[in-house]
Design a protein around this ligand. Structure first.
Ligand code: NDP
Length: 322
C-alpha cells in the first residue's frame, strides 16, 4: 500500500481488512500481478500517477473469482484485469484479494495459465494494441522495416516478439546494447543504440521506417518521426524518456506520416477480447519464459526502484503468494 505523507509517497507491505476493499460486484483471489513502469512511478512517487491515498498499487492482476454478483462470472472462474485506473484511482493488484466491477474483467483465454497472462500483462496487452493499430492503419510485413523503441522493456520486448512473429523485419532500439542477444532471440533483425537518436536532428531525415512502436517519447520519438518513410505509421504509447515531443509538422505534411496514440487503460471490452485472443495465439510458452522474471509481493518495493532506473528487462511478474 502507498500513502502520501508530507508530500512524499511512502510504500509498505501491510494488512488490510477485507471489509475495507472498495465496492464492486466481483471479489477475486489475486494470484499474480506485474510490475510496470507506471507501478514504478506509483511506488517510488517519481510521477503523479496515484490520484488518492491510501492506494493499493498494481495496474493489473490475474486471479480466480471468489464471489460474484455479475452475470458473466461465477466463483472459480479464472480472470484477468488490466487498466481501468487500478493502482492509480482504484485499488489494484498488489493484494491477496481485490473487489472490482465485473465489467472490467476478461476471462482467461483458453490454453493460457494465470502466470502466463501476467507475463503479458498491461505491457503485453499494450504492445498488442500497438500492433493492431499499425495494421488497422495499413501496415503490412512487406511495407518495410519497423522500429521498436525501449525494446528491452516490457512493452518493447513483447512488441518485438509479436511483430517478428507476424513476419515484420524488426529493428530494436535500446540503451542496453549488451541485450543484443536477448533482442535477437525475440526476433529483432538488428539492434540500434538509442544514443544515435538522442540528439536534436533535422526535421526530415533519411526515410527508413515504414512503421514503429514508440514507448519512450521525447527526442527519440521526434527523430523517429523525422526518419519515417513516405506513408509510414508510428504508434506512441509511452514516455519512458520524456513527456515532450520536440518535433515539426514536416513528417506529417511532407511524407504523409501518421502518428497514432495508443491507450490501454480504458480500451473497449471488444478490443480487449480481440487483443487477448491474438496474444493467446501468438505468444508461446517459450517466448513468455524468455521475457519474464518473477518476484514475490515482498520484493516489489525494491523492484520498483529498479524499473525506474531502467534496470528491468522484459516483464516482471509479481507472485502474490510468495
Ligand atoms: P519498462 O520500464 O519495462 O520499459 C521502458 C524501456 O524504455 C526501458 O526498458 C528502456 O529500454 C527504455 N528507457 C528507459 N528510460 C529511458 C530513457 N531515459 N530514454 C530512452 N529510453 C528509455 O516500461 P514499460 O514497458 O512497462 O512501459 C513503457 C512505457 O509505456 C512507459 O512510459 C509506460 O508508462 C507506457 N505505457 C503506456 C500504456 C498505455 O496505455 N499507453 C500502457 C503500458 C505502458 P532500453 O533499455 O531497451 O532502452
Amino acid at each position: 500500500m502507498t500513502r502520501g505523507e508530507d508530500k512524499k509517497t511512502h510504500a509498505e507491505l501491510t494488512e488490510v481488512d477485507e471489509a475495507d476493499l472498495p465496492e464492486g460486484d466481483v471479489l477475486v483471489d489475486v494470484k499474480y500481478s506485474t510490475l510496470n513502469y507506471k507501478d514504478g512511478l506509483a511506488i517510488t512517487g517519481m510521477g503523479p500517477v496515484v490520484r488518492s491515498f491510501p492506494m493499493v498499487p498494481g495496474v493489473d492482476f490475474a486471479g480466480v473469482v471468489a464471489e460474484s454478483h455479475h452475470e458473466d462470472f461465477k466463483a472459480g472462474d479464472e480472470v484477468i484485469l488490466t487498466g481501468w485506473g487500478l493502482g492509480e484511482e482504484r485499488w489494484g493488484g498488489y493484494a491477496e484479494r481485490a473487489r472490482v466491477q465485473g465489467d472490467w474483467l476478461v476471462p482467461l483465454p483458453q490454453g493460457m495459465t494465470l502466470s502466463q497472462s501476467m507475463t503479458i500483462g498491461t505491457a503485453g496487452f499494450t504492445a498488442m494494441l500497438c500492433v493492431m493499430r499499425l495494421e488497422q492503419l495499413g501496415l503490412r510485413p512487406d511495407s518495410g522495416p519497423v522500429l521498436v523503441t525501449g525494446a528491452s522493456g516490457g512493452v518493447g520486448s513483447v512488441a518485438v516478439k509479436l511483430l517478428a512473429g507476424r513476419g515484420y523485419q524488426v529493428s530494436a532500439m535500446t540503451g542496453r546494447v549488451e541485450e543484443e542477444a536477448y533482442l535477437k532471440a525475440l526476433g529483432a533483425s538488428e539492434v540500434i543504440n538509442r544514443a544515435d537518436y538522442n540528439e536534436p536532428g533535422k526535421p526530415l531525415q533519411k526515410g527508413i521506417w515504414a512503421g514503429a512502436v514508440d514507448t519512450v517519447g521525447g527526442q527519440i520519438l521526434a527523430n523517429l518521426l523525422a526518419s519515417t518513410r513516405q506513408d509510414g505509421i508510428v504508434t506512441a504509447c509511452g514516455l519512458a524518456a520524456s513527456m515532450d515531443l520536440p518535433t515539426t509538422v514536416a513528417p506529417f505534411i511532407l511524407r504523409n506520416v501518421t502518428l497514432a496514440g495508443v491507450e490501454s487503460v480504458y480500451a473497449a471490452r471488444k478490443l480487449r477480447l480481440e487483443a487477448w485472443k491474438h496474444l493467446a495465439r501468438e505468444l508461446d510458452a517459450e517466448a513468455l519464459e524468455r521475457i519474464s522474471q518473477t518476484v514475490g509481493l515482498s520484493e516489489v518495493i525494491p523492484a520498483a526502484h529498479d524499473i525506474m532506473a531502467g534496470k528491468v528487462r522484459g516483464r516482471m511478474i509479481v507472485d502474490i503468494a510468495r
